[in-house]
Design a protein around this ligand. Sequence first.
Ligand SMILES: C[S@@+](CC[C@H](N)C(=O)[O-])C[C@H]1O[C@@H](n2cnc3c(N)ncnc32)[C@H](O)[C@@H]1O
Length: 398
Amino acid sequence: MIQTYIVKTAAGLESVLANELKDLGAAGIRELKRAVAFDGDTRMMYRANYELRTALRVLIPIHSFSAYNERDLYEGVREVDWSKYMTVKGTLAIDSIAHGDVFRHSHYVGLLTKDAIVDQFRDRTQRRPDVNIAAPTLRVNVHVQGTRVELAIDASGESLHRRNYRRDTVEAPLSEVLAAGMILLSGWHGQEPFVDPMCGSGTLAIEAAMMATGMPPQHKREGFGFFRWPDFDKKLWAEVKGEADDKIKQSLDIQIIASDIEGRARNSTTLNLLTAELEKVVHVEKMAFEKALPPGDVPGTLITNPPYDERLKVEDISAFYKGIGDRFKKCWPGWNAWLISSNRDALKHVGLRPSRRITLFNGALECSFQKFEMYEGKKFDGKLVEGVEEADKVDEGL
Ligand SMILES: C[S@@+](CC[C@H](N)C(=O)[O-])C[C@H]1O[C@@H](n2cnc3c(N)ncnc32)[C@H](O)[C@@H]1O
C-alpha cells in the first residue's frame, strides 16, 4: 500500500535528504521545514529507515484535526482507532511538540494524548496499555502548531542518529546525522581522499567511510520501531537489509584519514571504527593539524570541526583559525577544505574567501559551514606559487 511518510532531519539538511530519497527511488518528494515528505510502500519505508544518512525519524501521519482547547485535543486523539496499531498488551510512548498560544506545554499535550489513547483501550477492553518510554510497541508523535494537531506513528523508534557505533566520545562530538549531511553537502562521493585533521571521536571520518564503502548507516543497529508492529513483515525486511548489505565494499582505493592532536581522541576514534567494523578503511593518527599533510598527490576533501571556543576553549582563537587558513594555503593545494564553526568572528581570521557558506545547527549552536577552495599550486622554477585567493574582505553575508 502506498502512503505518505514524513522523514525528519536537522535544519539545513532538507535538500540533502530530498536527494537521498531521490536516489532511493522514492516518489512525491516534498521538502518541508526540517523534514521531507515522500510517498512509498512498506519496502520504501524500511529502506528509508535503514539507508538514509540524514534522517532522524520516519513518521507515518495518521490523523490531523483542529483543537481549540484540551477537550478538542482529547476527543481528536480518540477519533483514531488505536487498536489498528497495537493491542492492549502492547506498550506506548508519546513524543510531543507544541508551538503557539493555544497549547503552550509540549509535555501536557503528550499527557492528554496518552490519556486519550489509554482511555480508548480501557473503554473497549477494561484494561489499559502500559507506557514504555525506551522500547514501546507504538511510539506516537503529536505535533501541535497553533490549533492544528498532527498525529503520526514513528516507524524508527530510537532516533536514527544513533548508529550504534559510538562506544566512546571526547568533548563536543558532532551528531552523526549532521556529520553525514556535511559530507553530502560538500559533494564528496568517496572517489578522492578524505581527511578530518581534528577528528575528536571520529564522527566525520566514520560517516565518510560508511558512505565510501556503501555501508548502510544503520548497519549496526539492533532494531527499529516497526519491528514491534503487528504487521511487521520479517521476510520483506530481510530482503531490504540483504540487498543493501550486499553492496558493502570491503576495501577502498582511496585514503580516509582521521587525526587529532590528542591521544584520547585517536583512541576514541579507533574504538568507534572497530565497533563500526571500519578500522581497515580509515587511518587514524595522533598528529597536530599544524603538522598534517595531504596523503599522496591526488587532491581530495578535508572537512573538520575545530574548537569554537564555546564548549572547547582555545587560548587565542583568532590566531588558531588564522593558523588553519595559513596551513590550508601552504600545504593543501587543489583540496576542497570545509570548516564548521559557530564562531563567525574566528572564521574571518581564516583569511581566505569562502566559496560557499551554509548555515547549519550543531545542537543549539548556529554554525557556518564554509568551503575554501585551494587552487592547484603551479610550479615555476621549482617554486610553488599558491593560487589561493587571499581574503581582503570576507565578512559579507556572515
Ligand atoms: C569539536 S572537537 C571535534 C569533534 C568531532 N567532530 C567529533 O564528532 O567527535 C575538536 C577537536 O579538535 C582537536 N584539536 C584542537 N586543536 C588541534 C590541533 N592543533 N590539531 C589537531 N587537532 C586539534 C581537539 O583535540 C578536539 O578533539
